[in-house]
Write a protein that binds this ligand. Sequence first.
Ligand code: NDP
Length: 494
Amino acid sequence: MSEVQILESVQIFLQRQHGHFIHGQHLEVDRQRLALINPATEQTVAHIAIGNQQDVDEAVESAQDAFINAWADTSPYERGQKLNKLADLIEFYAEELAQLETLTTGKLIHLARHLEVAQSVVFLRYFAGWATKVHGQTMQPSLPSMNGEKYTAYTIRQPVGVVAGIVPWNFSLMIGCWKIGSALTTGCTIVLKPSEFTTLSLLRVAELAIEAGIPKGVINVVTGTGETGQYLINSKHVKKISFTGSVPTGIAIAKQAMTNDLTRVSLELGGKNAAAILADANLDEILPNLLQATFVHQGQVCAAPERFFVHQSKYDEFTQKITAALQHFKIGSPLDESTMFGPLSNKAHFEKIKHFLDIAQQNDQIICGGRVIQGAGYFVEPTLLKVRDVDDPLFIEETFGPVVDVIPFESDEELISMMNHSRFGLTASIWSNDLSKALRLIPQIEAGSVWVNMHTFLDPAVPFGGVKASGLGREFSDAFIEDYTELKSVMIRY
Ligand code: NDP
């Protein structure tokens, strides 16, 4: 099949002199520029500006001004309506946004359409619904009255103010929309700093926000590198940092946030997620779902499994069937709708994955895959590795790519001990029809999300976040509200 035609509007957008999006408009700045590379071809598709302290200050001041003078006083109903309108516009321009994502991340075009863009719309609409449902409580004070006086008390939830949203490169549009939705529905304003590799779709969303009637300054986007992110998190008007990215950066940011007068911080970080395939699992039934959940977006998904634990009785059948299935993955251009597996998203990540594959090659650990595809683009094969024991470095480090380890287990005790042998605790799954066993295992697994007969599946109505080094705080459901609002207690004597 041939590649999809790049829309004229996308070509025009790419050719723009990209700046930041501050106070409702594109701000062209004379700054050092960075090339955005198409990972499938290694060709430059656009250039972005590297934001400096002055740019960040301007964006944060605009967000602070919009918070005080526009957004916090907008009625909850109106906030919900405007978020819904933004969702409508993202839906209307879906193909344009999907193509921008594919061109800069190497994400398969059907994934960009049906997951990245479509889910951005779904999540924004979910958050829009919360705007009218954030509330405090009334309570009866408990201490006895001394002289017959009475007391009553209630709480109100107030938006914290300006949020700094730091976004990684794997799902920039969708993760950016999670942060926009959480901030705006609770009455906060936001300054987004997308990854330097995948900046364009959020610049476009900020434009659409103005079309949706969201007041200028409520959503700002400053482009640039980690240094730009540093300026942002250290800004005195930033009252909350919502960070999604790697563990080392997350920990460094949290330390800084604490020294900056305890700025609130929520962290969605990495994982080395486990999938447990129990003895009763029917491999022919589960493998299509398991493979999809594992190798979606070339494994560059924080929630995807990277460690397979397979009951000893099924180990050989499992490795043979995975090997056979992976050989049928059609690797190629992400703009070709028949492609099943595209490139890694950027050169730095490609080099990191090549390093893991080299180690596995040297140690004779490759069961299938393991090769780098020669030619233009950052392509590697989806790979399954065997590990000697749970202290194998390849079993410990997050690859954030299409490199998965498999290890057999015999007893439930051994399974739980190996699954929990990790500094991470983002997600896990159990594949079995023995529901009674699954229900007994679930509480013992150290992870923020546990799925049964599914994996890598996020729903806005279900909280998401990590335990241990995988994060702090929860997104979605009603769990996000506490992070974006201050709870004020009021007591009245009468
Ligand atoms: P990084 O931590 O390198 O970067 C994340 C974001 O932080 C980027 O925008 C980056 O900018 C910015 N940044 C880098 N350094 C700083 C700094 N010192 N101060 C402020 N901002 C900074 O992660 P990646 O982008 O490489 O993303 C991959 C990681 O993210 C993986 O570990 C993955 O597991 C995790 N992740 C977690 C998710 C979750 O929900 N738990 C979801 C998606 C990814 P720049 O890119 O310009 O350097």
